[in-house]
Write a protein that binds this ligand. Structure first.
Ligand SMILES: Nc1ncnc2c1ncn2[C@@H]1O[C@H](COP(=O)(O)OP(=O)(O)O)[C@@H](O)[C@H]1O
Ligand SMILES: [Mg+2]
Length: 178
């Protein structure tokens, strides 16, 4: 078993974060690695998150998930985090916390263009926003600060999931994590 790490998958809603985390986790388990997925909705539900989607609420959420991931990662787990994390400064904060403990943090930008995310609209969020039923949707009427210098920028449009997961595995190999 290799070292733990946090692999953060940031991207717009429906960009493919959860799908890629699930497939990567499967691959990692097949290779005998310990891995866990900290998916945003699940963490919010499980930890009884009282906040919603304001800037302040999102910051609290991302810091919490970042801390959970750090606890796992420093104990030999590959913590996969498919969480939007729209703000660059909070992502940087989580990275710094990891570095301070000598724990690897990798930022992956799941770089699916907004129009493709709108076409996919897995949870119907874009449609609900357009219908005026919700507001504050990341990438539409709420900010998304795309990573400027991610460890990996991963386009997904027109690509099979398996090929994208190959890229993620390559990244981990390059980092000496596999
Ligand atoms: N290469 C790819 N990588 C990831 N998802 C893809 C890819 N190609 C198509 N998809 C589809 O895009 C959708 C992404 O949804 P999801 O993973 O729930 O997004 P997110 O977690 O980012 O909101 C899924 O329906 C998935 O099958
Ligand atoms: Mg998701």
């Amino acid at each position: 078993m290799n070292a733990g790490a946090t692999i953060w998958l940031t991207g717009l809603p429906s960009s493919g974060k959860s799908t890629l985390a699930l497939e990567l986790a499967r691959r990692l388990r097949d290779r005998g690695e310990r891995t866990e997925i900290l998916d945003g909705d699940e963490v919010r539900a499980r930890l009884g998150f009282e906040g919603k989607f304001s800037r302040a609420d999102r910051d609290v959420h991302v810091r919490r998930v970042g801390w959970l991931a750090l606890l796992l990662a420093r104990n030999g787990v590959k913590a996969l985090v498919p969480v939007i994390a729209p703000y660059a400064d909070i992502r940087a904060e989580v990275r710094a916390e990891h570095l301070a403990e000598g724990v690897t943090y990798l930022e992956v930008h799941v770089a699916t263009a907004l129009d493709e995310c709108v076409r996919r609209d897995v949870k119907g969020l874009y449609a609900r926003q357009r219908a005026g039923l919700i507001s504050g949707l990341t990438g539409v009427d709420d900010p998304y600060e795309a990573p400027v210098d991610p460890d990996l920028r991963l386009p997904t449009e027109g690509r099979p999931v398996a090929g994208c997961v190959d890229d993620l595995v390559d990244l981990l190999v390059k980092q000496g994590l596999l």
